[in-house]
Design a protein. Structure first.
Length: 751
């Protein structure tokens, strides 16, 4: 195999992250990505050698030192080779996949975590058993400690203090403190309804912060799996060195018998777990590892000194490892000989090692792993495949004009309308197929635009069906008169590429998805349709027909005030949007195209005829200043499917400002922020058919503006809802309220 780079020059380094440079959308052709360039640039390749992978890794570390203008020779002589490889015993598929289904042998109507794909579970702060008898609540808080003067400054916990969104370095008034995590186990009584605390289990995380947990039910056993890593990693995402020395732990907690619940195992890896999904008994995780080299760092050394530091680095600092049950015996998390690199070069390459790993939850053993040099910020999974994606910015195209065209500069003279800070944006995607819990690299591709800024929304921009990957991206660099939204359909080929099949809009179907200046908000793929919501001043809902992957088309659109952040299917013919109301901004705000967002808005759409979608009804909750976590986190929304006895039920927490049920803003009042009124769970029933509409079930209020002591509890923080038949359980932090769906205004005292 021919190597894609020279191993003797640190200035030429492999990277997975090549970006598009074309600035017009062309019809897709086989073997090309969405801008018409060769898809081979995205293909991952193995070097089939421990040595060559280490060479590539060391070259990347040297090039990243910040001395890009002074390349130095890379000495690859006498680099020791690793002798161990990942432990990957095979395992057969078994166990049940119940936590993402509404089912129960006793016939109870039990909700579960609101997920994107059926059969693909997502971690969360709250889980419940499928029989509706037990609730598990993960809670993190700062514990104030009193020193006892014992050995090693032994301390005793005296109180748990919930401090939402507080940085520990800014909480000196509560010092001395430690960040603690507990798993509450509660018993649910759906008949009363009521809730009873059974056990609060402290989970030692050694300074790490939890990201959520899974509940795995297999026969009569129930096990919780908590993942924890370093804190605030999204804020340092662009700084690879911030990930040096990070590790992550998956803790197994046997909760079959609440009285004896305990930690029964741990799985620790070097690196930061970015995202994960559970499919059956297998946990799929993506992690980011940056080599943690001891001693002087690159910014304190000359290029030659840093090169020597890298060349002398031991393997224990260069490659990620893992261990089980706190053992000192570690093994490599990856097999360097089988790790991937790219066929392209980039002097600004960041040598992070991305690992896609598989853990058998019944044995807590690593069963498989794939790895590559590069980056990954998003994981999307279907039952058949896992996709890793990351945004790329290409600054190499040169200056552009106001309409997005690259400017050819003659004699150093630049035109007046030049735009300098305008990179070409693309998203690289790598597909790994799932084969009985094992991973098989299928191919890589790239699409124009990016997946947005919300980490939880990004996976919703992708959907796999019948072997095709459909991707919705936002691209505001196409020119002032072009559609900002793109729909790209891709499919893997026998050559191992993730080729572009089609792109919308195109020359044959030029209808725009969104207006110039708009952004992409909600997106949802349902069977052969994609529903996309764009917004700047009004809310266009677009319906994309994907029944022919080679020829997608805009089937219909609807323009209303406001926008939807989340879309929920209601049967085959209706769609529920949850977002905000908005009105046009006065004067020249946003060049006359701005909007002033108001309170929460629920809209029911009739999409039975995609060519003519209609808004059946909308409901406003609160006025300007109203907030809800449902706008940014789909797991904050609970859906109880319709049955023969009741329609679909939708519930989520809202922090209400102003009036609870306002009408349209009076003239001149749209810019007014209203004071906080109350916070609580709101319930809605979604009717379809002849009586289609939205019916409010009222609110379970937990804090009121007129009560001074309640102001601390006004914020919506990881609020969740679980329903068992008509019993509704509202979880806020570690507290749980119980009420009847038909009488939300009268809950039991918090447990």
């Amino acid at each position: 195999m021919s190597l894609p780079y020279k191993l003797v020059a640190a200035a030429i380094v492999p990277t997975v992250l090549a970006a598009c440079s074309s600035d017009s959308v062309q019809p897709a052709t086989p073997g090309s990505d969405s801008d018409g360039s060769s898809i081979e640039a995205r293909r991952l390749e193995t070097l089939d050698s421990h040595q060559l992978f280490l060479d590539a890794l060391r070259a990347g570390l040297i090039a990243q030192s910040g001395y890009y203008g002074n390349p130095v020779a890379l000495d690859v002589e006498n680099i020791p080779l690793p002798t161990d490889s990942p432990v990957a015993p095979s395992a057969s598929e078994s166990g049940s996949d119940q936590s993402t289904h509404i089912s129960d042998s006793a016939g109870n109507d039990v909700t579960s975590t609101n997920i994107q794909e059926k059969g693909v579970d997502e971690q969360d702060w709250v889980k419940n058993s499928t029989d509706g008898l037990h609730l598990y609540v993960l809670n993190s808080a700062y514990a104030q400690l009193n020193p006892l003067g014992g050995p090693e400054g032994m301390q005793e916990e005296t109180a748990l203090i919930d401090i939402p969104d507080v940085d520990p370095v800014q909480t000196s008034s509560f010092a001395p403190q430690t960040f603690q995590t507990s798993l509450r186990i509660l018993q649910l009584d759906a008949d009363t309804p009521d809730v009873y605390s059974l056990k609060d289990l402290q989970i030692p995380l050694s300074g790490r912060q939890t990201q959520g947990f899974y509940l795995y039910e297999n026969g009569n056993s129930r096990t919780a799996y908590l993942s924890s890593s370093g804190a605030n990693y999204w804020a340092n995402w662009s700084n690879s060195t911030a990930f040096a020395g990070q590790d992550s732990v998956i803790s197994r907690v046997d909760v079959t018998d609440p009285a004896t619940a305990s930690i029964t195992g741990t799985f620790r890896i070097d690196g930061q777990i970015v995202s994960s999904r559970r499919i059956g008994k297998h946990l799929f995780f993506a992690s980011r590892f940056f080599p943690n080299l001891p001693g002087e760092q690159p910014w304190t050394q000359s290029p030659e000194q840093w090169q020597q530091t890298v060349n002398n680095a031991e393997l224990t600092h260069l490659l990620p490892r893992y261990s089980n049950d706190g053992s000192d015996n570690t093994a490599l998390l990856i097999d360097p000989a089988n790790c991937f690199v790219s066929k392209t070069n980039n002097a600004h390459y960041s040598p992070d090692i991305i690992t896609l790993g598989v853990v058998d939850l019944e044995t807590l053993q690593l069963t498989d792993s794939e790895c590559y040099l590069g980056a990954s910020e998003t994981l999307y999974a279907s039952p058949e495949s896992v996709f890793l994606a990351t945004t790329q910015y290409d600054y190499a195209t040169g200056p552009i004009s106001e309409n997005g065209e690259v400017i050819d500069v003659d004699n150093g003279v630049f035109p007046a309308d030049i735009i300098w800070s305008d990179p070409r944006v693309s998203t690289d995607i790598h597909q790994f197929d799932i084969d009985n819990g094992q991973l098989v690299y299928a191919g890589s591709g790239s699409v124009r635009g990016h997946l947005g800024w919300n980490a939880l929304r990004k996976p919703f921009r992708m959907s796999e069906k019948d072997g095709y990957l459909r991707v919705a991206t936002f691209n505001d660099r196409q020119g002032v008169d072009q559609s900002p939204i793109l729909m790209t359909v891709l499919r893997t080929t026998n050559a191992g590429n993730l080729d572009t099949v089609s792109v919308l809009p195109n020359e044959n179907r030029p209808a725009a998805i969104g207006k110039p200046g708009e952004q992409l908000y909600a997106s949802r793929f349902l069977d052969d349709r994609a529903y996309l919501v764009t917004f700047r001043q009004t809310d266009p809902l677009y319906i994309i027909d994907l029944s022919n992957p080679a020829d997608p088309r805009v089937a219909g659109e609807l323009e209303i005030e406001g926008y939807s952040d989340y879309l929920q299917p209601v049967g085959q013919d209706y769609l529920l949007g949850i977002g905000r109301d908005a009105v046009a901004a006065p004067g020249n705000v946003g060049n006359g195209r701005g909007a002033l967002v108001q309170g929460i808005k629920l809209s029911l759409f009739d999409v039975s005829n995609p060519a003519v979608p209609t808004e059946v009804q909308s409901i406003r909750v609160g006025q300007r200043g109203t907030e809800s976590q449902a706008l940014t986190d789909h797991r904050a929304i609970t859906i109880q499917a319709a049955t023969d006895t009741h329609p679909m039920r939708v519930s989520f927490g809202i922090e209400v400002n102003g009036e609870a049920s306002p009408g349209a803003p009076a003239p001149g009042t749209a810019s007014v922020y209203y004071p906080w009124s109350y916070t609580g769970l709101h319930g809605f029933e979604i009717q379809t058919g002849a009586n289609a509409g939205i019916v409010s079930q009222g609110a379970l209020v937990v804090a009121r503006g007129e009560t001074p002591d309640d102001h601390y509890y006004r914020r919506i923080e990881n609020d969740r809802v679980v329903m068992v038949n008509d019993a509704t359980f509202y979880i806020r932090g570690a507290s749980v309220y119980a009420a009847s769906w038909h009488d939300l205004a009268n809950p039991t005292p918090a447990c």
